[in-house]
Write a protein that binds this ligand. Structure first.
Ligand code: PRP
Length: 210
């Protein structure tokens, strides 16, 4: 019997791209294209079962083995540090984690810096490496508003095109790390299903574009 791979796909734009790549690599599942609210799709012949999950949850499904493999942004991997294998840089979903602030921002090092972010762990580690005292203000979205309303001095957030910053009169002050989508695997799945996972990785690798 063919090994069945359980794949956590990030719901949304990134996920559509991920699925298209898996399909092209030889792991199609036509039922996934039906317009409905189903979240699990299976193609027994190809040995894949896809689930749509929230992008920030992909790593949890994979870490706990509910999915054997998945595709998650490097931002999520750096933030939550899940105990998984990162097997391939898919080289899409490219953006960067950056520090941004109002154009006239000047860092007053005699004061604690107020940092608004969804990525508290990344922000904490970045400022720790700089020896800068900070106060983290954890938000769940629309981070760009924080400095405008005086809730924070800076933000640590994802910048893709830069449009959100520009339209809110903010500017990048530093780039922390480049981000892209990564293929990840559960550690024990990789032990027991290594042949199937390696075959998939090598099929995907051929489709990765710089
Ligand atoms: C992300 C990120 C920025 C924006 C960057 O937000 O947090 O706000 O995209 O993209 P840009 O540089 O191309 O403008 P998202 O749409 O995920 O919303 P949220 O952070 O407010 O939840």
């Amino acid at each position: 019997m063919k090994t069945m791979l359980n794949v956590a796909l990030p719901k949304g734009r990134l996920g559509e791209k991920v699925y298209a790549m898996f399909e092209k690599a030889g792991y199609p599942c036509p039922s996934i294209k039906e317009v409905n609210r189903k979240l699990i799709f299976e193609n027994e012949e190809c040995g894949v079962r896809y689930f749509w999950v929230k992008p920030s949850d992909v790593a949890i499904y994979v870490e706990r083995g509910a999915a054997d493999i998945g595709v998650a942004g490097k931002d999520i991997l750096l933030e939550y540090e899940p105990d998984i294998y990162e097997l391939l840089d898919m080289k899409f979903g490219k953006c960067r984690m950056a520090v941004a602030a109002k154009k006239d921002f000047r860092d007053d090092t005699s004061r604690t810096l107020r940092v608004a972010t969804k990525f508290s762990n990344i922000a904490r580690q970045y400022y720790l490496s700089k020896g800068r005292d900070i106060d983290i203000i954890h938000l769940n979205g629309s981070i760009e508003i924080a400095p405008i309303l005086g809730l924070s001095d800076v933000i640590v957030d994802i910048v893709e095109t830069g449009t959100t910053l520009k339209e809110n009169d903010l500017e990048v002050f530093d780039t922390i790390v480049p981000i892209s989508a990564r293929f990840i695997a559960n550690k024990s799945s990789y032990k027991f299903k290594s042949e199937a996972i390696d075959a998939l990785v090598s099929d995907l690798e051929k489709l990765v574009e710089d």
